[in-house]
Ligand binder design. Sequence first.
Ligand code: IMP
Ligand code: MG
Length: 187
Amino acid sequence: MAPEISHIIKIHDQEFETYIHYESILERTNEIANRINADYAGKSPLFIGVLNGVFMFAADLLKGINLKAEISFIKLSSYQGARSDGDIQELIGLKENIKDLDIIIIEDIIDTGETISHIIKKLKQLGPASLETVTLLLKPEVFNKNIPLKYVGFKIPHKFVIGYGLDYNGLGRNLKDIYQIKDARYQ
Ligand code: IMP
Ligand code: MG
């Protein structure tokens, strides 16, 4: 494999450095897709992606799914700046009746777990047959919820990341690779 070249970019007031290259993201994403294909063989799950951050991961993950699957998206409150403030709004956009369906929530990143625990609580009230989560990124140092996360792409340190769907104050979502903030004060 060719050596991975580190690249530094500036977004707003912060510098970010390449952290996970797209090739690695794709490789890991395909592994997860294969596990889901095996675990859900014979089933027809409904994937629910959490916008906006998940759009790239959802697209690549679903390309590896060979099940008779459906995909839908939901949206929550916007995330302001580089720190999570625990302010979570309503869940919008779910048109499907999920009662008795096998649901797989797709997340880009789980930080404290506030967002995902809120989504799980809301979706459980709608009576799905099963409910699991797939997240590309997890920050285990801050995740403080007692929620089983079945499929995790990469466990990463408590440092802010952007790219591949993830933003810093609206910018950076279109970057192909994942970048990590250089200033250690910004977690
Ligand atoms: P949690 O509720 O603390 O788990 O935060 C989850 C949400 O915060 C994610 O869906 C992202 O929108 C956002 N978030 C958390 N960490 C980061 C990061 O490092 N980069 C960009 N967004 C992040
Ligand atoms: Mg998100």
